[in-house]
Design a protein around this ligand. Sequence first.
Ligand code: HPA
Length: 264
Amino acid sequence: MLAIIGGTGLSGLQDFELLETIGLKTPYARAKVRLSRLQSAGKEFLFLPRHGAGHKIPPHQINYRANISALAELGVTEIAAVNAVGAIHDDLFPGSVAVPDQIIDYSYSRDVSFFDGKLKPVHHIDFADPYSETMRLRILSAIEAVGTRKKSSCRIMSSGTYACTQGPRLETAAEIRRLAQDGCDMVGMTGMPEAALARELEIDYASLALSVNWAAGLSEEPILLDDIHAVLEKGMDFISSVLAEVVAQSQGPELKAKVKGAQI
Ligand code: HPA
């Protein structure tokens, strides 16, 4: 079963029918997941807004373990995650999208593992390639299909390194210079530990990143939230279409039985 994790600017999916909101009690916290349907393709999937309904949870306070364990509990085997990012690479103009293939994690003080020696024994996963290549290719082919259909001139970066910072503040110009020297192409606050937790539970996970601003110090202009929101609003139309394509290509609804049996 496919799940979409929505980020800033994507706390709901207008084009999809909401079938049911499922509340789950996980060992970490409660989580709410929306069972949704893409009507045109008759495909069901789960949607989880990572900042909560109404975008009330900042990146450093998201309970990533509750979210990922709730999805796993519902039988999720693949996740397309949406992340808003600041652009570091010259080609990643605000409004363009990227499907990163690497991560550097600069976040701290987050619960980063299920294998903490309490509920699960200590264990070290292979994370050399942090994203699922299968899922990355599915997202990329969905981008291509939508781009062709819409004759979109949206720029695409088909790989790149995602820097995860702690937030909620944006970075200093010096921090961005360091990230650039480290080889980072984009910066966001929510990519980790989400990707690692998904890998720990053997869920295929990849990110669809929307560039919403030039990272700190890379533009003459200050970073204004109003500008970010304007780019988000414009870009989310394309993102929603890409997600619809990913859902349309997904396995579909044999998941319902599992959802029905879930703890509400
Ligand atoms: N930095 C960190 N996270 C972000 C940014 C940024 O510039 N833009 C959107 N998310």
